[in-house]
Design a protein around this ligand. Sequence first.
Ligand code: NAI
Ligand code: MG
Length: 498
Amino acid sequence: MTDAAVTRASALKSARRLEGVNLVNGKLVGPSGKELFELYDPATRELIVRVANSGTADVDEAVAAAKRAQREWAQVPARARGKLLVEAASVLGRHSEELAGLLALESGKALRTECRVEAANVVDALQFFGGLAGEIKGETVPFAPGVLSYTQREPVGVVAAILPWNVPLMLMAIKIAPALVAGNCVVVKSAEETPLTVLRAAELLSAELPPGVLNVLSGDGPRCGAPLVAHPDVAKVTFTGSVETGRTIYRTAADKLIPVTLELGGKSPMIVLPDADFDKAVAGAVVAMRFTRQGQSCTAASRILVHSSLHDRFVESLVEKISEMTIGDPLDEATDIGTIISEVQFDKVRGYIEAGRETAGAVAHEGAELPGDERLAEGFFVRPVVFTGIDNAHPVAREEIFGPVTCVMPFDTLDEALEIANDTPFGLAASVWTRDLKTALVAVNSLEAGYVQVNQALVAGVNISYGGYKQSGLGKELTLDSMLDHFTHSKSISLNFQ
Ligand code: NAI
Ligand code: MG
């Protein structure tokens, strides 16, 4: 049984419970400096709640709690840790409606199309990693006769997980679950824009785990994130966010010589060949571009390369499909598309749209209507835009916009499409749409991206390795290998009693 259906009032009530606190050593506690910042509803710009703006002293306290807990947590047999996580996941499942409501409130993502899906996926991800606990094992090595040589996997220690705001709950889950199952303890730093849902989820999970195993700090990047990465007892950082912040974190980690996992931006191409299933490709573009998430996804198909013979018809059908979507209050069941996360991002996205519009030859095709509701007049709503006449060198095609903006570009040959697709500083994901296996294989093998799908809309899920080439990041997530590679050390042992 899950909890009662969410309303704006119930979401606000859940939010207020979390005013000004962090989760440290199993308890909700205020930041030591008592500093707070204000969190606004992106749909109405009304104040939701004041949130802890944690600083160095809070980082020290959370890392110390994690470090204290880690020694004992590592002694719990791996499968017992996994079982605890699976049980904790089912507790989360019973609060999924509350979590989805909080997420819709603070992120502006639509409850029905996004937040409920994310809350359900989180339970799945925690269960998946919990079930992999028995796979944390080593190998025997034929080193010398009479000598027993083997390897064993050991936890790295205290892990810092720094989260963005676009899919905060899911990204927390896929970072903490492998870390915890492998015997590490974690300090999460939530994004300034979405501190509440991850804090509530962690509170629920933490109640099923020993105190200090999972800690969450709210706070901004420089005040809280930077000292967390720099803390001498943090042995590993896992981060999802911008390229710029990824570089900053990597520099600090380099000085400490600790490993990092960085999941950064993308400018993912979608290639539609002349023999593609046309309707499936158009529907795929809507999903792959993550229009229901206002395009705020690192995987978003923000460059759609369509064979010249289909180009005009494709644009027309895509805009028609988008026009059927409802932009509105994120907490309204009828809403397909919610708001951009913040004023900063709102201005950034609109800046790119303006730059596109001002370009000679470019056309901005808009779909879906802005909400008419007075209460939402100041919300960060943006109509989805499909650009045509944009060259691959244009900033709209080159830079990560992180908004509901894509461009459709024509091509004549597969070679040409692949050249355009790979002509980007990013390499996160790519998709190819064709009925021909040979064409698909040529494309798949040529694309410089960590995550490639054929006739599929860049659907992500556990057990499918996720992570980028080039400036899209370092390291993979979502798999057994990623858990072993990123959250354990391999110790090599030889026993010689000869
Ligand atoms: P950001 O990378 O600055 O923020 C992500 C997280 O890093 C937040 O928790 C933030 O507090 C933290 N952070 C910031 N500075 C830090 C520092 N010096 N040390 C440690 N942690 C720090 O991203 P932001 O500013 O929210 O968004 C900017 C752009 O980044 C977006 O427009 C988008 O292009 C990209 N982005 C990509 C994401 C992805 O999924 N790969 C997610 C979010 C943003
Ligand atoms: Mg930033």
